[in-house]
Design a protein around this ligand. Structure first.
Ligand code: NAD
Length: 429
């Protein structure tokens, strides 16, 4: 494996699974398959640019706190950098670097002309007021002003951020450059050039990939029993769309724990309940309370981790009962756990395919903005579905042809396209 100069900012615990090392092992496996030249692998293993900025923020109490904000730009060989902004206490530079690398392969796999990036601030957004979050987001954006832009690097929402933060970023960037620049972010509100269908896009993409994988096994969504970890942007959209398609969503969870119903949860009612309880599903009537760990090991057909990375690992993989594990989150299944599941015949749908609906609709938002044309939701969903199904078919075809896992097939396709573009562009100077 390539060693890099990226060091964790904190002292890792013995059980620490480094997300950047995980991302590099996926790259290494794809590189071996592609017989990539060692020099090319060195280039692809390192982010092109790593930016860490200090964000001084005045709390509502008057106290001044200084936060660290990261933006990692992995590779822009195919187009501008693209990737979400995460607000979560577990954010580290290594995690952001890993997620930036995944974005590069994801965009290449989906055939969209972007490179990979990611940003993040290690905060729990629930511990900050709306005013404090606005001050943090605006200062972070202004510190990054020379590193982002509609043809340079285009942020989007990720864990802990939403259309609201994207609007603050767009406004801060626009005020600084002196004119409105809607294309600097995607996932923004409709009122300032957001796309219809963006909010549900990652969940919709997940539903489409699960539907295709079930069809491969001769099954349909109707009556399929699903458990979903995470009930945020991705988890709750996936739950609603699967429920509407006739699947039985037996369990969902948020950070404080989960709920289970043998006969299936009423997802619209659960959505309304969570909205009134700061996103928490715990205490939802007519459902049993379960822990997040119990959710992962419930009897079900499809398990969708849609929260954090490293949720299915050596400790609990033997207890996972699902026939399909769909990675709606980034990196929720470790490499070893993934191999153990595949050895048991479980279909593991890899993150760079399963959760690509969000970046696909971000791309469609950018295209609509650049052409000053805005499409109806039906068209956005159709265009997204075409790209997702096409990528799914390519991954399945490649996996069958090369007798490899879906993950390795997806990475091989993504990495291979970026490597080919690098070769065609040549090395400057
Ligand atoms: P979000 O902040 O909207 O929601 C996260 C959800 O996970 C919340 O319900 C939260 O309570 C829950 N959660 C947090 N910690 C948990 C824990 N320890 N156990 C169980 N649940 C926990 O975030 P999101 O945008 O839905 O993103 C979820 C995942 O999907 C992330 O891995 C993200 O990188 C990935 N993703 C998001 C998008 C997008 O468009 N938002 C696109 C691609 C991938």
């Amino acid at each position: 494996m390539i060693s890099t100069s990226l060091q964790p900012l904190e002292t890792p615990s013995p059980a620490f699974i480094c997300p950047f090392d995980q991302a590099c092992s996926y790259l290494d496996a794809a590189a071996r398959e592609l017989k990539l030249d060692q020099g090319l692998l060195e280039i692809l293993s390192r982010p092109r640019k790593v930016v860490t900025v200090s964000i001084p923020v005045k709390r509502d109490s008057g106290e001044i706190q200084v936060l660290a904000g990261h933006r990692v730009q992995h590779c822009d060989v195919l187009g501008p950098y693209k990737g979400g902004i995460r607000y979560h206490p577990a954010v580290t530079l290594r995690e952001v670097s890993a997620l930036a690398m995944l974005m590069t392969w994801k965009c290449a796999l989906l055939g969209i002309p972007y490179g990979g990036a990611k940003g993040g601030i290690a905060i729990d957004p629930k511990s900050y007021s709306v005013g404090e979050l606005e001050r943090i987001t605006r200062r972070y954006t202004s510190e990054l002003i020379d590193n982002i832009g509609p043809s340079v690097d285009i942020p989007a929402p990720d864990m802990g951020t939403s259309a609201r933060e994207m609007a603050w970023m767009m406004d801060t960037y626009s005020v600084n450059v002196g004119h409105a620049v809607p294309g600097v972010v995607t996932g923004k509100p409709l009122s300032i050039g957001g796309s219809r269908g963006r909010e549900m896009a990652t969940g919709r993409g997940t539903m489409i990939i699960v539907r295709e994988a079930l069809a491969e096994l001769g099954q349909s969504l109707e009556g399929t029993r699903v458990a979903i970890q995470g009930f945020g942007n991705v988890g709750n959209a996936a739950a609603l769309l699967l429920h509407q398609a006739g699947a039985i969503v037996v369990a969902v969870s948020s950070s404080a724990g989960g709920v289970y119903s043998e006969v299936g949860l009423d997802i619209p009612a659960l959505k309304a309940y969570a909205a009134k309880n700061r996103g928490s599903v715990v205490g939802f009537p007519q459902a049993l309370t379960i822990s997040n760990d119990e959710l992962l090991t419930l009897p079900c057909d499809v398990l969708i981790p849609a929260a954090l990375e490293n949720q299915i690992l050596e400790d609990n993989v033997d207890r996972v009962q699902a026939k399909i594990v769909a990675e709606a989150a980034n990196g929720p299944v470790t490499l070893e756990a993934s191999q153990a599941l595949e050895a048991r015949g479980v279909t593991v749908l890899p993150d760079i395919l399963t959760n690509a609906g969000g970046v696909v609709v971000s791309y469609l938002e950018w295209v609509q903005g650049l052409s000053y044309l805005f499409w109806d939701e039906e068209r956005v969903n159709r265009e997204m579905e075409n790209l997702m199904v096409q990528a799914y078919k390519q991954v399945i075809h490649h996996a069958k042809k090369r007798q490899m896992s879906l993950r390795l097939a997806a990475y091989t396709l993504g990495v291979g396209r970026v490597a080919q573009a690098l070769l065609d562009r040549g090395l400057y100077p």
